[in-house]
Design a protein around this ligand. Structure first.
Ligand code: GLN
Length: 297
């Protein structure tokens, strides 16, 4: 049997050598915590240090090195542990759904600010994926109702699990839909307070240049925004307007260099006013939002 210290060192060395992660030590620790938890031992990262002499049994150590092997090939930690924290919620994820990003919290914060003071808002989360936006909005807007739509069955499965995990089954309605196609019968036309979306927005050609962790493991369906990356913004901007109430809010996550272009798409549609670009914590454009005009057609 080997100690925590020994197997962590071995794992981190293997991850460093693979060059497929920028955070080899952290990844090695998180995966060890995951394996220890599965064998009934609740450690945390501090305890890994203070009890680094603890002997890990052979079975757990074997399991651990097989996970390290997967990570060394580029599989994201979150797909191995099947979880990602977002706005304080621990979300279930698995291969086939995009891993929620901290960037998206910028969009949720903006929507929460705009929705404060709304009474029982009806919210559509278009392209919900694992339901990160839907769950964090439902959790922070206790009288809100959320329609979470996605075309991917794996996304819908994750979203349902996450809604149920926090007891939001009654306030989050999970709908399989190609954009707004199956939302039309939901009584939301002219009756929606907020439409929020983190659609696929990477230019098709740029996908092959993404990091191996993303390119080989995350669903291209959730990333590929067409030739110029803006295909879904155009469609959503156009289709969303009939759903929104006057003064209703539309809010998008955008790529770091897409703020002006998405703002233009919204302006040119003629449906929206008061259009703003918000930056994320790294100072990059991250959210574009606006209000539905009264007579915009
Ligand atoms: N933020 C994601 C990435 O850069 C892209 C998400 C999306 O296309 N909506 O990998």
């Amino acid at each position: 049997m080997r100690s925590i210290r020994e197997i962590l060192k071995k794992a981190a060395d293997k991850l460093i050598e693979s060059r497929n992660t920028n955070t080899p030590v952290l990844d090695a620790e998180l995966l060890l915590l995951h394996v220890l938890k599965q064998s009934g031992m609740e450690f945390d990262r501090i305890k890994l240090l203070t009890q680094s002499g603890y002997l890990v049994d052979e079975r757990a150590a074997g399991k651990y090195m097989s996970l390290i092997d997967e990570r060394s090939k580029g599989k994201p930690v979150q797909y191995i542990t099947q979880k990602q924290e977002f706005m304080g919620f621990e979300l279930f994820v698995k291969e086939g759904v995009l891993i929620p990003r901290a960037d998206t919290e910028t969009v949720v914060e903006k929507v929460l600010e705009k929705a404060s003071g709304m009474n029982k808002p009806n919210i559509i989360d278009m392209c919900t994926g694992s339901g990160a936006i839907a769950v964090s909005l439902a959790g922070n807007i206790p009288d809100g109702r959320v329609w979470a739509a996605d075309i991917s069955d794996i996304a819908l499965e994750c979203c349902r699990i996450n809604a149920a995990r926090y007891g939001f089954e009654k306030r989050i309605r999970v709908i399989k839909s190609d954009l707004f196609e199956n939302i039309k019968e939901e009584g939301l036309i002219g009756n929606t307070d907020v439409i929020v979306s983190n659609p696929p927005y990477i230019e098709s050609e740029a996908i092959k240049g993404l990091d191996v962790n993303v390119r080989c493991y995350e669903p291209h369906l959730a990333l590929d925004g067409g030739k110029d990356g803006l295909v879904y913004y155009r469609r959503i901007v156009n289709d969303a307007s009939e759903f929104l109430k006057h003064n209703g809010i539309i809010a998008f996550e955008v790529g770091y260099d897409q703020g002006d272009r998405v703002k233009n798409i919204m302006e040119e549609s003629g449906h929206y006013e008061d259009i703003n670009i918000e930056k994320d914590l790294s100072g990059c454009d991250r959210c574009v939002w606006g209000r539905k005009k009264l007579f915009g057609e």
